[in-house]
Write a protein that binds this ligand. Structure first.
Ligand code: SAH
Ligand code: SF4
Ligand code: F3S
Length: 443
């Protein structure tokens, strides 16, 4: 029996998929990459933009046609807005939420899927404590031997006016810090080289269990201590923090431990005061820039990444220019710029989507141009110096080269290097820089 799971969306969904995979493999299925081969197909959906959800509709249309030719069971999970869920219930055999994952084998049985439980079933050690968080006890089938995601929190209480996530993932809930640290410890013992702590607002970690759970800064310190005691080399990242909860103690913790990577993803969304308020971000531009200054002071080598939305409802030329100004001022190494897409249920869907697709594209191109310039300036300054690089793969465009990332997550192509270095740290001398990447050779 073969199963294919298609994962859309962010690292949160990729991490959830690793646990879905464990459960399905535990039922005796072999996981395959091609949909055509599978008798059980699932999609882990993303609702952040309409384009991602359109993809789910086109997939299920195709899969339902295949059902005329062969037996096939389909499911959908991940981030689904209530309006889509109603439609999915009619088109998919099964719709489930991640917290229902422990019941997936039973639910699939009801859809007629037979299963042989293996002795090593991921549920053998499952103890039911809290239905919102039990699924994290399931051991994930990690997609990489050296780069792992560790979820620390699910859901979101911030309700930014444009965003689907509070309606798809529900209220914020923190995973027990003991369980997080146990997973990190296991990964470190296994020799993993990069770990990313995941959540929608990682730095509000613990606030839902005030008095019972440690804070995000304390969690980082515990990870840092674990790293020091292990004597191993690895880099720990986290994504995404929210500027509103980005206290100085988080930055201080990162400064104090070698294993806490000097790379910060700090979402901006807009560089305009009034628009930020309409987005319900609950912080000012001044607050944001103060965090940037703290990062520059305490973590002078840190790279800075961000997310920005262009063409939000009512965004004037002047307001857009303010985003451009903040981009110039901060000088990001990377920015993910998205065109605004109204999401049913989110507050801004009631406001007019009044920026034309063409103007959105123009604004996106402007910000990309600024990003390329600031990123190139950072990259140029690295030429001639040597950096530690985690080698990730053979370069897809050049068989004799490898590609990897610096601690700051900057992509580096390493020329004339053997494939057996994949998954190791290497000293790389940077020989040239382009707008969004670097080239180097083994030092
Ligand atoms: N929790 C994170 C964001 C998660 S959503 C934060 O607070 O920043 C990931 C990214 O998708 C966001 O940073 C935003 O840039 C983009 N995004 C979210 N909703 C969007 C929408 N309606 N239209 C366009 N982009 C959106
Ligand atoms: Fe969405 Fe805002 Fe929550 Fe981020 S903080 S997931 S943008 S509502
Ligand atoms: Fe998409 Fe859900 Fe991530 S909506 S961006 S997959 S949290």
């Amino acid at each position: 029996m073969k199963c294919c799971v298609v994962t859309l969306g962010c690292q949160m969904n990729q991490s959830d998929s690793e646990r879905i995979r464990s459960v399905i493999e535990g039922m005796g299925f072999e996981m395959v990459d091609t949909e055509e081969e599978a008798s059980l197909i699932g999609v882990v959906a993303c609702s952040v933009r309409q384009k991602a959800i359109d993809k789910v509709y086109s997939k299920i249309r195709k899969w339902n046609q295949w059902k005329n030719e062969k037996p096939l069971v389909t499911f959908v999970s991940g981030c689904i807005l209530p309006a889509d869920e109603e439609k999915f219930l009619k088109q998919f055999d099964l719709v489930f939420r991640m917290n229902e994952l422990p019941d997936l084998p039973d639910m699939l049985h009801q859809c007629g899927v037979a299963s042989e439980f293996s002795a090593k079933h991921p549920f053998n050690d499952l103890h039911r404590e809290d239905e919102r968080t039990d699924f994290w006890q399931i051991d994930p089938t990690y997609s990489s031997d050296f780069d792992a995601f560790v979820p620390i929190q699910n859901g979101c209480d911030k309700f930014c006016s444009y965003c689907a996530v509070p309606y798809t993932r529900g209220r914020e809930v923190s995973r027990a810090s003991e369980d997080i640290l146990a997973e990190v410890r296991r990964l470190v013992e296994r020799g993993v080289k990069a770990i990313t702590l995941l959540g929608q607002n990682v730095n509000s970690y613990g606030l839902d269990k005030k008095g019972q759970e440690i804070s995000f800064a304390q969690l980082l310190r515990k990870v840092g201590e674990l790293g020091q005691a292990s004597g191993k080399e690895f880099w720990v990242y986290f994504t995404s923090p929210h500027p509103r909860d980005m206290t100085r103690d988080v930055i201080e913790a990162i400064a104090d431990y070698d294993c806490l990577a000097k790379q910060i993803h700090l979402p901006l969304q807009s560089g305009d005061e009034k628009l930020l308020r309409r987005m319900n971000r609950n912080h000012s531009i001044e607050d944001y820039l103060k965090i940037v200054d703290d990062i520059r002071e305490l973590l002078p080598t840190a790279t800075l990444f961000t997310d920005i939305i262009v063409g939000f409802s009512g965004e004037t030329d002047e307001q857009f220019e303010n985003s451009a100004k903040v981009m110039e001022r901060v000088g990001y190494n990377m920015a993910y710029v998205a065109k605004y897409s109204p999401r049913v249920g989110a507050r801004s869907a009631r406001w007019e989507d009044d920026i034309s697709p063409q103007l959105k594209s123009e604004r996106l191109a402007r910000l990309s141009e600024i990003l390329k310039r600031t990123s190139k300036a950072h990259n140029d300054a690295m030429v001639g110096k040597t950096y530690r690089v985690l080698i990730e793969r053979v370069d897809p465009r050049m068989a004799s080269a490898l590609s990897g990332r610096t601690e700051g997550k900057l992509p580096v192509r390493v020329v004339d290097a053997p494939a057996e270095l994949v998954g190791t740290f290497q000293e790389v001398e940077i020989t040239s820089a382009s707008e969004l990447s670097l080239t180097g050779r083994l030092a």
